[in-house]
Design a protein around this ligand. Structure first.
Ligand code: CA
Length: 205
């Protein structure tokens, strides 16, 4: 994902004001398989990649939303950092892809973004992206409830990015990417895929 993608997604995020405080925890549907490998970080950082090398990613036992561990991500001052995972999908479309995750953050920079980016690549080459970020100083776990994408073509893959984003572009005039580091925790990242149900047949007149 390049910075233009991030900037576009941040614009989407700006337009969408999540009412995440007190949001209900999404209930997994019966039989739904979570396609995220180690989405609960109970197996350390297995399945996830980190960029850049200056980012500090660690399995954290102090804070966990589910189980006993989470991912703790800390960036170098003013340097955007991310963990990500690419999920290959084999389900023929149309499908409904549902996402949810939990995040918390600590830090002093009100402009740096901590969030999660879900990017769906469909077989026809189209791309759908969904970005959700939590405000600075969010100390409690917050969830975006569940976001659903409908993909009419076969969905090829889903990329999941867990991000601390602090490029100069998101700072007001006169302010630079922070002189401080942000720390964020991620847990219970879930991606499920289901066949889209056909609409009920119209009753005869
Ligand atoms: Ca966990």
């Amino acid at each position: 994902m390049n910075l233009n993608t991030v900037a576009r997604n941040l614009l989407i995020a700006t337009l969408w004001s999540p009412g995440f405080v007190g949001a209900e925890e999404p209930k997994p549907e019966a039989g739904a398989v979570n396609h995220v490998l180690n989405g609960g970080f109970e197996d350390g950082l297995n399945g996830w990649e980190v960029f850049p090398a200056s980012a500090r990613a660690a399995s954290d036992s102090q804070w966990a939303h589910g189980g006993t561990k989470s991912l703790k991500l800390t960036n170098l001052k003013g340097v955007s950092s991310r963990m990500w995972q690419t999920i290959r999908l084999e389900e023929d479309g149309p499908v409904e892809i549902k996402f949810s995750c939990w995040m918390r953050r600590a830090g002093t920079d009100p402009y740096a973004q901590v969030g999660i980016d879900f990017v769906v690549h469909a077989q026809d080459g189209s791309v759908k992206a969904y970005w959700w970020a939590i405000p600075g100083g969010t100390k409690e776990w917050a969830c975006n409830s569940t976001k659903t994408f409908t993909v009419n073509e076969s969905a090829e893959s889903v990329e999941v990015y867990l991000l601390i984003y602090c490029a100069d572009a998101i700072y007001p005039p006169g302010k630079k990417a922070a002189a401080t580091s942000e720390t964020a925790w991620f847990d219970d990242v879930v991606v499920t895929v289901a066949k889209k149900r056909a609409p009920p047949e119209t009753q005869g007149k």
